[in-house]
Design a protein around this ligand. Structure first.
Ligand code: ADP
Ligand code: TRP
Length: 336
């Protein structure tokens, strides 16, 4: 693997907490893969972050493999991107310990995810910290370690994650200030502003928490059945329909060519096309894009040793970078 010297580093992590859906695909995977053209990319599976909520070993293992196979099936090239598991880079956890000494508790008290969990407890009349583990509380420190270990310039994330990247900046700043040296690179979040929110089957944002998803690897009859479940209004076949307010059309736009979009929009407006037919059209373009991805996914899942080998290889490359950062840091702090 060879990189141009001037290439900046993009790094992001994906939590293996469920099955990928087309919201993840258009909202996170595709934009991150596009960035690999311009950046030296380091993408990883944040398996220890998932442990905070995933306590069933078989489920966690399946989710790790499923997410890894999903990214590879969607086009991630492990020759071009360093693709690894957080757990495969134990330097991360040593750095997290170092960073803990520079992260104020007050900073972590202000983390949105922790505050929201406390708020939910209080609303239920329970103790604020009921059911909250330290993994959730120190989540931003571990995430800062993920980022700072690899000298990331940019961290592509969804809007909900920007606070975590700001915390990584704060913690790195506190450490650099103490040693009067730029030991850690200050990263920037890159938020995917232009990415549309993919609607789910019920019209709300597609999310695994709402149970309204189209899994990225569904296909054939199962995919068709899901699409037929999309909620519509009661307009009859003959009525003219507005493509811009139809979620069937919003989904169609993600998969169809510009010509197909224009042609179908005209048919919506003209009347004479019922929602059933609109859904059939959506199924056609969806299955067309997803079926090759599904094929690659199934092949990877059928060969878990190959998948594990790809991640192991990536983790070894990642460790070589990580150990450099860590040994510099250990010297600087007086623990070497
Ligand atoms: P979920 O909401 O299903 O739990 P995650 O929070 O795991 O999804 O999402 C991972 C990333 O996928 C998010 O950071 C976000 O950028 C993207 N994403 C998730 N759902 C959507 C959606 N409906 N539309 C666009 N992007 C999405
Ligand atoms: N917290 C991120 C999420 O929930 C996942 C993540 C873990 C991450 N470590 C990271 C993202 C480092 C970017 C950089 O989506």
């Amino acid at each position: 693997m060879r990189y141009a010297l001037f290439m900046k580093i993009a790094l992001t992590g994906v939590k293996p907490t469920g099955v990928l859906h087309i919201g993840n695909y258009f909202g996170a995977i595709k934009p991150a893969l596009l960035l690999t053209e311009k950046y030296e990319a380091r993408y990883f599976i944040a398996d220890y972050h998932a442990l905070n909520v995933m306590k069933n070993p078989a489920e966690l293992k399946a989710a790790i493999r499923g997410i890894a196979a999903g990214w590879l099936a969607a086009g991630l090239d492990p020759e071009k991107v360093i693709f690894y598991r957080q757990s495969g880079v134990p330097e991360t956890f040593e750095l997290a310990t170092i960073l803990s000494a520079f992260a104020s508790k007050g900073l972590l008290n202000r983390a949105h995810a922790y505050k929201a969990a406390v708020q939910r407890n209080i609303e239920r009349g329970e103790d604020g910290d009921a059911g909250i583990n330290m993994g959730l509380f120190t989540y931003p420190v571990l995430m800062a370690a993920d980022i700072l270990l690899f000298n990331a310039d940019v961290v592509p994330v969804g809007r909900d994650q920007t606070q975590h990247v700001e915390m990584a900046q704060d913690i790195a700043g506190a450490l650099n200030f103490n040693y009067k040296k730029d030991l850690l690179k200050i990263p920037e979040a890159v938020v995917r502003e232009d990415v549309a929110v993919v609607p789910g089957l019920d019209g709300r944002k597609m999310s695994k928490s709402y149970g309204n998803t189209i899994p990225l690897f569904s296909g054939g009859a199962a995919l068709r059945k899901l699409i037929m479940r999309i909620v519509t209004n009661s307009q009859g076949v003959e009525e003219s329909k507005d493509p811009d307010s139809s979620q069937i059309f919003s989904l169609y736009k993600l998969f169809a060519t510009e010509d197909e979009q224009a042609a179908l929009a005209a048919r919506y407006r003209a009347g004479g096309m019922g929602w059933g037919e609109a859904k059939e059209e959506l199924f056609r373009v969806t299955d067309r894009e997803l079926s090759p991805i599904r094929g690659r996914f199934d092949a990877l899942m059928a060969e878990p040793e190959r998948l594990d080998a790809i991640l192991k290889d990536g983790s070894e490359k990642a460790r070589r970078i990580a150990s450099g950062t860590l040994s510099r840091l250990r010297k600087a702090i007086g623990i070497d």
